[in-house]
Design a protein around this ligand. Structure first.
Ligand SMILES: CC(C)(COP(=O)(O)OP(=O)(O)OC[C@H]1O[C@@H](n2cnc3c(N)ncnc32)[C@H](O)[C@@H]1OP(=O)(O)O)[C@@H](O)C(=O)NCCC(=O)NCCS
Length: 162
């Protein structure tokens, strides 16, 4: 079975369970693999895909440039992180984030992400990995007539490459 045939339905489950992604119309493989993707990783357990994360570029958010500081020409965004409900609690998301952090360190770019305030497990995970919350605001991703969820902006700690 193709990755999309497994991860698409798993993302639909996450939408119902966690409200991620927020919009039902995004709870499919097309959205998961979309965006301005620079690189993406799929995690497998027992030979089956269970999780996904991507790096997007360009990435910007309210308050980001001030936090990153001068001297950087681009910031990478960690995006589309999710693990199928049946595969959670085994360190999969943490391993996916570690891949992204290592990639960003390798190219020498700051790494940031936005997360909706109700995605508590993800927030706990970012904070546990040492990410810093640098701003909170009403997100306008869905346009004037769409929902305006409260989002947090996080910046990855600076790690040296192994
Ligand atoms: C957030 C998510 C990716 C975590 O996946 P996971 O593979 O279960 O996470 P891990 O097993 O790597 O967890 C690592 C750490 O994250 C934190 N964490 C994960 N799930 C948690 C939960 N339900 N409650 C509190 N902390 C949690 C813990 O600190 C955990 O460390 P521990 O196992 O030592 O306690 C998963 O719950 C998910 O897909 N959620 C919906 C999608 C989402 O919110 N994405 C965020 C987009 S910005």
């Amino acid at each position: 079975m193709a990755d999309a045939d497994i991860l698409g339905p798993a993302l639909a489950e996450a939408h119902l369970l966690d409200g991620y992604p927020l919009m039902e119309e995004h709870a499919n493989a097309e959205w998961l693999f979309g965006g301005d993707v620079e690189k993406a990783w799929i995690a497998e357990l027992g030979g089956n895909p269970v999780g996904h994360v991507s790096v997007v570029q360009p990435f910007d958010a309210p308050g980001l440039s001030g936090a990153v500081g001068a001297g950087y020409t681009r910031t990478l965004g960690l995006s589309r992180l999710f693990v199928a409900p049946a595969g959670r609690g085994r360190g999969t998301a943490s391993a996916l984030i570690a891949c992204v952090e290592q990639y960003a360190a390798g190219v020498g770019a700051p790494l940031a992400l936005e997360v909706i305030e109700h995605n508590a497990a993800a927030i706990a995970l970012y904070e546990r990995r040492g990410w810093s919350r640098i701003n909170t605001y009403e997100a306008s991703w869905f346009g004037e007539n769409g929902p305006h969820p409260i989002a947090h902006l996080y910046l990855a700690p600076t790690r040296s490459t192994p």
